[in-house]
Design a protein around this ligand. Structure first.
Ligand code: CTP
Ligand code: MN
Ligand code: MN
Ligand code: MN
Length: 367
């Protein structure tokens, strides 16, 4: 007789920052299902449940092969009863009734459509749904007041739903680089986010610009921009927290105007009226979401680590730092609560060392 308790097929540490998670996911059906439930929870203001599903999905992403039976999951961390039920349903019945129900639900569909508009979060979508708005058409008919971000988001809805390719990311990178370096010689531009982790497509392109100054002249390219001047100061008496006007850390969540590949050689300048009323079929450019983060050189390594993702990997790093090392990690700094001081770093490797972690390269941070 086999003691089933001894059937431990996989062993995975519970912190995602102790695991190497590549894009080679052997359990996409299971992780898609759990990610959908996570998304639904997040859209429903149930962040705790969202994180639980994200953690469960991330554990499955780290497995070296497909799961074929629930007994293989014995001893794995982060798999709560709810996630296990979903997994069992899929393994035994081919689908999870909860996932299928959620996918079909009017509420989830409406939340998705509305929050897919750039500038619309769960709160706003919720309010609109309560007013009977479930579709873009209903939104346009409703006479709701949209802010500038939402107007731009609605205007470029179809473009922004199209995944951004690595080729497009590289093309934007060259334009951003040229524009930034022309105003700030010596500035350094680094691709961050999903593309740095090796993803082939993304919902946006993320760049980190390192320079102490903050002037960016990308006017001709930006269809919409919201810049946040995020002042940050190392407080003498406590962990990293925003303070007043010392080091500027600027963020710019923008919509970028990218010419079609065959037109990219020619210089882009103003938005002409012709551009504004282009027909999708004859488009000479597309809109792309671009996030620009500017960090002073002293914070570069922290910004790089903090903006490369994945979101869950970042969350787990901070949890590890706080719970296991009594340190506070942010995209600006690392504070050692025991020593009562900031730990300086110029590379990601140094930060991992401070945290007592083996270095995990970006391509293995796809938790
Ligand atoms: N991020 C953040 N604050 C935000 C948005 C994003 O700190 N308001 C960070 C995330 O934690 C992540 C990185 O920015 O580390 C990239 O986020 P995002 O572009 O949303 O995700 P990607 O991993 O790049 O995935 P995608 O390909 O879908 O863009
Ligand atoms: Mn493999
Ligand atoms: Mn991104
Ligand atoms: Mn982004």
């Amino acid at each position: 007789q086999i003691d089933e308790a001894e059937v431990v097929a996989f062993s995975v540490p519970s912190y995602a920052c102790l695991r190497r998670t590549t894009l080679d996911n052997h359990n996409p059906v299971l992780t898609d299902a759990l990610s959908l439930l996570a998304e639904n929870a997040e859209l429903s203001d149930e962040d705790g449940r969202g994180v639980a599903f994200r953690r469960a999905a991330a554990v499955l992403k780290a497995l070296p092969e497909p799961v074929t039976g629930v007994t293989q999951l014995r001893g794995l961390p982060c798999l709560g009863g709810h996630s296990l039920r979903v997994i069992r349903d899929i393994l035994e019945n081919g689908a999870s009734s909860e996932v299928e129900f959620t996918k079909q639900s009017e509420r989830f569909k409406a939340l998705k459509v509305l929050t897919d508009i750039f500038g619309v979060g769960a709160k706003t979508a919720e309010r609109w749904i309560r007013d009977g708005i479930h579709s873009l058409h209903q939104l346009q008919e409703s006479g709701q007041t949209l802010n500038r971000a939402q107007q731009a988001g609605l205007e470029h809805y179809d473009d922004l739903k199209q995944p951004v390719t690595k080729a497009e990311a590289d093309a934007i990178g060259e334009i951003v680089e040229e524009a930034v370096v022309s105003v700030l010689p010596g500035a350094q531009i680094t691709l961050i986010g999903g593309f740095r982790r090796g993803k082939l497509t993304g919902h946006d392109v993320d760049f980190l610009i390192t320079h102490p100054e903050e002037v960016l002249s990308l006017q001709g390219f930006l269809l919409y921009q919201k810049t946040t001047r995020n002042s940050y100061l190392e407080a003498k008496d406590g962990p990293a927290r925003p303070a007043s006007n010392m080091d500027r850390f600027e963020r710019c969540f923008s919509i970028f105007k990218l010419a079609d590949a065959e037109k990219r050689g020619t210089k882009q300048t103003e938005n002409t009226p012709e551009d504004t009323c282009r027909l999708a079929a004859h488009s000479r450019w597309r809109a792309v979401r671009v996030d620009l983060v500017v960090s002073p050189i002293s914070q570069f390594a922290f910004a790089l680590l903090g903006w490369t993702g994945s979101k869950l990997f970042e969350r787990e790093l901070r949890r590890w730092a706080g719970h296991e090392k009594a340190m506070s990690l942010s995209s600006h700094a690392l504070y050692d609560n025991k020593q009562g001081r900031y730990l300086k770093a110029t590379s990601e490797e140094e930060i991992f060392t401070y945290l007592g972690l083996e270095y995990i390269p970006p391509s293995e941070r796809n938790a």
